[in-house]
Design a protein around this ligand. Structure first.
Ligand SMILES: NC(=O)c1ccc[n+]([C@@H]2O[C@H](COP(=O)([O-])OP(=O)(O)OC[C@H]3O[C@@H](n4cnc5c(N)ncnc54)[C@H](O)[C@@H]3O)[C@@H](O)[C@H]2O)c1
Length: 457
């Protein structure tokens, strides 16, 4: 944890960040813009020199003076970086399959860790991290930013108040649209060996929410699913014809909404297209090509230790994006409905997401789907009532700022318990790891049989 809680006179904690890709941007902004009194950014590490250059330039643009810029380190230099720069805490935003190695090495080199979800992608990774925690005595925090979204916090508050009674079951459906969902099929996530598939990479957010909402832990998982929309075989079935290997420079770019042209966006161009020469990382692979080993449709049944069960579904090629969750309890039922984006339209060269009600779009006719967030609670024998969702300011309705305060200022008086520790990270990823085993075997999987290791303390 931060070594100082005194913004006026205390010593600042020395931070490094590993994995300077896209997600790194929000952490670097939080460090230098929101919490500079508590944090000192002393090093960046990434195997790709162009992405390091991008972030150093961005820090200059944010006003960081030349002599205050963090030192740069290449991939593999974790121990040297921690020792040379006396790093106390490392933020890990490298790809999912690297988390176990990076986190374990950081811990054993003597620093604490903030790691992006998912904690890791498999049981070997969870064991490596928990063993390194036990050996080093250092701490790991997993960032589950969805907890901080006011609507998700409101549902947690409602359940924690006891209004629903004892929770008996959960129905949870999450749909990703053809803009956001498709993106997981363009780059490293498309290979299960890199991401653990959407059950680990994406749904660990959702499983963490359920664990936290109902204050329980998962016990058994049965999963079914497959790749049914993206990929070469489905493209052939659906008559999509010959596909280019990638979007940038492809003949169809500009008319085909599935083709991402990295030249169309300044950040994508600088962060990925101009960095390819070093590692061959392609950000814009076509979503209908060979080589995809993750699922795009998933259904699960999860049993919880406290007796509740959940039916969960994920779809990654939906025309709209959002989620619906219903929690049944002995005293009533809660329903949260969220439409984040009501449609994806093609406009000129790329897909654009629209909210017809906000844009005055022609589709904003009666009956059109609109961006919405609504939490309903209905006790037995009464009509349903809407539970107010606080409107915060800033990213995710103020959730991003609250997460930053918890991470970098050590604020620990949160009555909703939103800060997630490594145990929460393990429980969240355990459902996806068990789900992947269930997909492979066709059988239900007991989480206790996964040998995930256990966090010390
Ligand atoms: N919480 C959220 O909502 C959220 C959103 C986006 C991404 N993420 C997570 O953030 C992480 C990064 O995702 P991203 O979209 O920024 O990916 P990215 O591909 O944009 O960036 C990853 C960076 O890590 C570097 N890298 C690769 N191997 C490495 C290694 N062994 N050691 C150090 N660096 C290495 C790459 O060169 C790249 O710069 C992932 O774990 C992802 O799940 C979380």
């Amino acid at each position: 944890m931060p070594t100082s809680t005194d913004p006026t006179g205390g010593r600042r904690t020395r931070y490094a960040l590993v994995g300077t890709g896209s997600r790194a941007r929000s952490y670097l902004r939080a460090l230098v813009l929101d919490h500079p009194d508590m944090t000192e950014l002393v090093a960046l590490l990434d195997p790709n020199p162009t992405r390091l250059d991008f972030h150093l330039e961005s820090l200059r643009e944010l006003g960081v003076a030349e002599e205050q810029l963090p030192a740069r380190y290449a991939g593999g230099e974790i121990e040297r970086m921690i020792s040379e720069r006396s790093v106390e805490r490392v933020i890990v935003t490298s790809p999912d399959h690297t988390h176990a190695d990076v986190v374990a090495r950081v811990l054993l080199a003597g620093a604490d860790v903030i790691v992006e979800k998912p904690l890791t992608i498999d049981a070997e990774g969870t064991r490596r991290i928990t063993e390194a925690m036990a050996t080093s005595g250092r701490e790991v925090v997993v960032t589950f930013n969805y907890r901080y979204s006011p609507r998700n916090s409101a549902l947690r508050e409602l359940i924690a108040s006891g209004a629903l009674g004892h929770v008996t079951s959960v129905q949870f459906e999450w749909v990703l649209d053809t803009a956001h969902g498709a993106d997981y099929f363009r780059r490293w996530h498309r290979d299960k060996a890199n991401s653990g598939g959407l059950l680990v990479h994406k749904a660990s957010h959702h499983f963490d929410l359920v664990n936290w909402w109902i204050n329980d832990v998962p016990r058994r998982v049965y999963a079914s699913g497959g790749l049914r929309f993206y990929g070469a075989e489905n493209a052939a079935r659906d008559g999509r014809g010959e596909r280019p290997a990638r979007g940038t420079g492809a003949p169809g770019a500009g008319t085909d909404p599935f083709l991402l042209d990295l030249r169309a966006d300044d950040v994508n161009r600088r962060l990925y297209l101009e960095a390819e020469q070093h590692d061959g990382y392609l950000r814009d692979q076509d979503v209908f090509t060979e080589g995809i080993t993750i699922e795009d449709n998933l259904s699960l049944v999860v049993d919880y230790a406290g007796g509740a069960s959940m039916s969960y579904a994920l779809n990654a090629h939906s025309p709209w994006e959002g989620y619906r969750v219903a929690i049944n309890g002995t005293a009533g039922r809660a329903e949260l409905e969220v439409v984040e984006r009501s449609a994806v339209r093609t406009e000129a060269s790329r897909p654009v997401v629209v909210d017809p009600s906000a844009t005055g779009d022609a589709a904003a006719t009666e009956g059109a789907r609109r961006a919405v967030e609504r939490l309903l609670f209905q006790p037995h024998w009464e009509v349903a009532r809407e539970v107010p969702i606080p409107k915060g300011t800033g990213g995710h309705g103020g959730g991003d700022a609250a997460l930053g305060r918890a991470l970098f200022r050590g604020v620990s008086d949160d009555p909703l318990g939103r800060a997630a520790n490594v145990v929460d990270g393990l429980h969240a990823v355990s459902v996806g790891i068990a789900g992947n085993r269930s997909l492979a075997t066709g059988l239900p999987v007991l989480i206790a049989d996964l040998d995930l290791g256990s966090a010390p303390g």
